[in-house]
Design a protein around this ligand. Structure first.
Ligand code: ZN
Ligand code: ZN
Length: 110
């Protein structure tokens, strides 16, 4: 059988049996389609909790706030910054900077 891809999220659809019918089900979002190609109205009755649909994780290239910080590499005085909790929970979160000009990234040293 030819591989089918979910029209919604383009994940692979797997053949499954639902109430004695052959159905293709998206492994990711749960979209169902009859194995013969006819599309089914998506049923809202769910026997089991659906696997949590992961919400698109915010892109790391999103706009970060800027602050005044001197880039140790090029001397630029403006940098993006973000705060990240280091592995040890008892340590204070570390502030990271990324130069708006050259892209150099460094962490704040006390
Ligand atoms: Zn899908
Ligand atoms: Zn720089």
């Amino acid at each position: 059988m030819a591989l089918r891809f979910c029209p919604k999220c383009r994940s692979i659809m797997r053949p499954v049996k639902v109430q004695n019918r052959n159905v293709l089900r998206c492994v990711k979002c749960g979209y169902e389609e009859e194995a013969n190609g006819a599309s089914l109205t998506v049923k809202t009755t769910v026997e089991r909790a659906p696997t949590a649909t992961p919400i698109a994780i915010a892109d790391s290239t999103q706009q970060l706030p800027k602050t005044r910080a001197i880039c140790p590499k090029c001397g630029n005085e403006e940098a993006y910054y973000w705060i990240q909790q280091t592995r040890a929970a008892d340590e204070p979160p570390t502030r990271f900077y990324k130069c708006t000009r050259c892209g150099f990234t460094w962490r704040e040293y006390e």
